[in-house]
Design a binder for this molecule. Structure first.
Ligand SMILES: [Zn+2]
Length: 364
């Protein structure tokens, strides 16, 4: 994620030493890669809560500020969620601090409106300030990378440009749930989280499917299932099976079994016969049907659910080499074309379908 250094006025002495939230040394200033914040952007004061954890697991109430005006403190701030970012109709009015001490300025109303547990009861809806006029600050145990995913999700902003790891996004989903946000509401096909999750599907298909299954992200699970056809079911671990749960585990097996059953059914019918002719009687046409059956059996024996239409064509179309009858050759060709179309239409995604009524009559 991107962030810049924000200079804050205040002593921060005890605060920094005790809680490590503010850093005033120059070495730290050069350590970050962002830009310095202009003075006009500096908040008047930053109020941070004590890090002592209450018995109920909540972060404690804001401590009283002991800062003096002489000393400046520098903290890193998210470039997206900075104090003057107009991500809503008003300026942000609460600061979240990640475990690695990055500030995120966000809107209390947005968090409270979407959260089912008042952001894990860390936000007081009746207290818009910390008591001294400054914005409330909440220190969270999540890292900045994880919090970045959470907040981008809540604001419906894309986070793929930060190239988060799969593990980071996974933790982001966990945190969404923890703070009272329903991940399902943010992972429909038109939303950035959907695209972010699906970006992992090509190289981590089973992990993406299991993650989607764990959080009931139906659209993500369906979309990522197209990448599961090459997955070997025998390599499925207990951990993944447990994570995806019985319903999605069943879907995974039925996806594979269903594809293979569909392939068998599609291959069952040989090329159509034509009326007996002088140069092509019933026995010759039976020879083609037998050759088709033999080639089909080989295909089914070796096939995997991700069998390509190209391989189907490459296996079956050469049967025409031994056929001299033009009608039989045409029947074989039509049969292979229809097989390819129907195999491509076999369900790998629930919403995928082909209108067979649009095909020529001889191919239906
Ligand atoms: Zn023929």
């Amino acid at each position: 994620m991107d962030y810049f250094d924000l200079q804050l006025h205040g002593d921060g002495g005890d605060f920094n030493d005790e809680f490590g939230l503010g850093r005033s040394d120059e070495a730290l200033l050069t350590e970050q890669h962002g830009v310095r914040t202009p003075a006009s952007l500096r908040p008047r004061q930053i109020i941070c809560p004590a890090l002592t954890t209450a018995p109920n697991g909540q972060v404690g109430t804001p401590m009283e500020s002991h800062w003096s005006a002489e000393r400046q403190v520098t903290m890193s701030v998210s470039t997206t969620f900075q104090p003057t970012a107009m991500l809503d109709v008003t300026f942000p009015d609460i600061a979240l601090v990640s475990s690695d001490q990055i500030l995120f300025y966000v809107h209390r109303t947005r968090l409270l409106a979407a959260s089912a547990n008042k952001f894990k009861d860390l936000i007081n809806p009746y207290s818009p300030t910390d008591g001294t006029g400054g914005p409330p600050t909440v220190v969270l145990p999540e890292s900045a990378d994880v919090l970045n995913i959470v907040l981008h999700t809540i604001y419906y902003l894309p986070a793929a440009q930060f190239l988060p790891s799969f593990e980071t996004v996974s933790l982001g989903l966990e945190s969404l749930l923890k703070y009272g946000f329903a991940p399902q509401l943010y992972a429909t096909p038109s939303q950035p989280l959907f695209s972010l999750l699906l970006s992992f599907a090509p190289h981590r298909p089973i992990d993406t499917f299991a993650l989607a299954a764990a959080y009931g992200l139906e659209d993500v699970a369906v979309a990522s299932s197209a990448h599961l056809l090459s997955f070997s079911l025998s390599t499925l671990t207990d951990e993944l099976a447990e994570r995806m749960g019985s319903i999605y585990l069943k879907r995974l097996f039925f996806l594979h079994l269903g594809r293979m059953e569909a392939l068998k059914a599609l291959l069952l019918a040989p090329p159509r016969r034509h009326p007996e002719a002088r140069d092509c009687d019933a026995s010759q046409q039976t020879t083609l049907a037998r050759a088709w059956a033999l080639a089909s059996a080989h295909l089914v024996w070796d096939a995997r659910p991700n069998l390509s239409t190209h391989l189907l064509r490459a296996t079956l179309l050469p049967l025409e080499r031994g056929i001299e009858c033009a009608l039989c050759r045409q029947a074989l060709h039509d049969r292979v074309v229809l097989l390819m179309i129907k195999w491509a239409a076999v369900k790998v995604r629930r919403k995928r379908c082909i209108d067979f009524g649009s095909l020529p009559m001889h191919l239906r």
